[in-house]
Design a protein around this ligand. Structure first.
Ligand SMILES: Cc1cc2nc3c(=O)[nH]c(=O)nc-3n(C[C@H](O)[C@H](O)[C@H](O)COP(=O)(O)OP(=O)(O)OC[C@H]3O[C@@H](n4cnc5c(N)ncnc54)[C@H](O)[C@@H]3O)c2cc1C
Length: 482
């Protein structure tokens, strides 16, 4: 008789190309479980769109299981460890399997759950599924295995040397699940998380994610290098929320990009775009391994010396930043895009984050928390790594923080002002030469454009040049004492 194994779905809400699921299958027949524990609920409930996306992804997973004669067994519990122990006992399961999560609190929870299961004499089978390559695989490329990489360039060089696993056959899942006689609770709906159902620009769930990937590869992927740079250029992949919930496999994305890059008739610009898209997936793996090796970075900077550098938790201007009324059109467009879509252009994120940290002097933790109020993507490890990178306290080893000039960035990467016009309608009528610094235009022009009207576009909350110089002075002073 085959043994029963509980498979706990969490941030891997799909059946296809799933390493942790494949590994668990070797041990017995699987009871597919979704645990709505406090940590999961706290992440999912951050905003109504994220909740709707999550509920749709769970429902799609349940549909996929039903097509295989099973269904998702849902349980609500406070803490994962004790809940998994009691479930394993009641189902007479000999092991509980799941895939690692990578952010600090999630990792601590995983380790507690492993301990609780082992103390109860139940095996915990925990594997990597979310990254393209596991942290260990990339570590093994150098002698100091197990130490992790603090800089992206050596990580990327090692990452490219590791062979990518092929996709497992779907037939492996034939007869894989065993839910006979097991009752579950209802699937989660947005109201369980305190939200009304929200309309989504991008549908949630593995089938929708597969469509999104196909649509990206069909055309926009060949312009990815431009898409990453131009704020109102061709679309980027919009796969962040899917990769965060595991509704698509990161390995599949890389495999398909490599097929495109390897086509003999792909022109050089296209090939460069495919390679740049692959690099983005490598960057994702880099930040996941960073959090995996240094989970303390969830609330402390990676660079120990940066602890001396004090950022404020609040400042005049934070509210304006959150609401897109700083008087810097690019920053405002970015924050308004975030609030309107639950997504922000990747490069705009760096400019908006730089403004908060350097122009307003506010901590990356506060910025991460405010982004989290709106982002559908729910990946705290990526959020942390990127925020620290921008704030100059993380993996970026540049000698000085890169302080983005929001006006110069806008003039270079939104030269006609299309992005700003789309998200800041007050400026829709301002010509391209004035749109990125409207109150720097000659007074007569400002009057003609009605820019003085208080109900119109606000004055800048800070002077960027002065704020940047003041920050750099503080930075030098803080680091000279370490
Ligand atoms: C300040 C700041 C905060 C961020 N916060 C988050 C966050 O909370 N959650 C999150 O998932 N991403 C975050 N990112 C990373 C990145 O901006 C998003 O993953 C990306 O914008 C998602 O859109 P996309 O799928 O269209 O990206 P694409 O450019 O199409 O990239 C495809 C995929 O590659 C990965 N990727 C691309 N850029 C990065 C990067 N810089 N770091 C890590 N992975 C990357 C993502 O998984 C992304 O979905 C943040 C970046 C910055 C600068």
């Amino acid at each position: 008789m085959s043994h029963r194994i509980i498979y706990r779905f969490r941030r891997d809400l799909r059946l296809e190309d799933h390493l942790a699921l494949t590994r668990a299958l070797a041990e017995g027949r699987l009871v597919p479980v979704l645990l709505l524990d406090d940590l999961t609920v706290a992440r999912v409930r951050a905003n109504a769109r994220r909740t709707a996306f999550y509920c749709a992804a769970v429902a799609a997973l349940d549909d996929a299981l039903r097509a295989r004669g099973a269904n998702l067994i849902v349980r609500r519990a406070r803490r994962a460890g004790p809940a998994l122990v009691s479930l394993a006992r009641s189902l007479d399961a000999r092991a509980v399997a799941w895939s690692w999560t990578y952010d600090g609190p999630g990792l601590a929870d995983d380790r507690n759950a492993v301990q609780a299961l082992e103390e109860a004499g139940i095996r915990a089978l925990i594997s990597h599924d979310a990254p393209v390559l596991s942290p260990e695989e990339v570590d093994l490329q150098r002698h100091a295995a197990g130490e992790g990489y603090r800089a992206f360039a050596p990580f990327h060089a090692a990452w490219r040397r590791v062979a990518l696993a092929g996709a497992a056959s779907e037939h492996l899942l034939d007869g894989a699940f065993d839910v006979a006689g097991i009752d579950g609770e209802a699937l989660p709906i947005p109201r369980d998380f305190g939200h009304e159902p929200a309309a989504l620009e991008f549908a949630g769930g593995a089938p929708a994610a597969a469509h999104r990937l196909a649509a990206f590869l069909a055309y926009p992927a060949r312009e990815y290098a431009i898409a990453r740079r131009l704020f109102a250029g061709p679309p980027t992949a919009h796969l962040g929320p899917d990769l965060a919930l595991g509704t698509i496999s990161a390995r599949r994305v890389v495999r398909e990009l490599r097929v495109l890059a390897g086509r003999p008739y792909a022109v050089m610009e296209e090939r460069r775009s495919y390679e740049e898209a692959e690099r983005s997936l490598a960057l994702r793996d880099f930040f996941l391994q960073l959090s995996w090796h240094w989970p303390r970075t969830h609330d402390k900077p990676l660079q120990e010396k940066a602890v001396a550098l004090r950022f404020a938790e609040d400042a005049v201007g934070v509210d304006a930043w959150e609401h897109g009324t700083t008087g810097y059109p690019l920053v405002d467009a970015a924050m308004r895009e975030l609030r309107a879509r639950g997504w922000m252009h990747p490069k705009a994120r760096a400019v908006a984050a730089s403004f908060l940290c350097f122009d307003l002097g506010v901590s990356w933790r506060r910025g991460r928390e405010i982004f989290d109020r709106y982002l559908i993507e729910d990946d705290a490890a990526l959020a942390t790594g990127n925020w620290q990178w921008v704030a100059g306290v993380g993996a970026d080893m540049a000698q000085y923080p890169r302080i983005y000039n929001p006006v110069r960035q806008a003039r270079t990467f939104d030269p006609e002002g299309r992005y700003v016009r789309q998200w800041v309608p007050e400026l829709a009528g301002v010509p391209a030469h004035a749109i990125h610094a409207p109150l720097g235009a000659p007074p007569r022009e400002q009057m003609e454009l009605a820019l003085f009207d208080a109900a119109r576009y606000p004055h800048p909350v800070v002077d960027h040049g002065a704020a940047a110089r003041a920050f750099l002075a503080r930075y030098r002073a803080a680091l000279s004492h370490t």
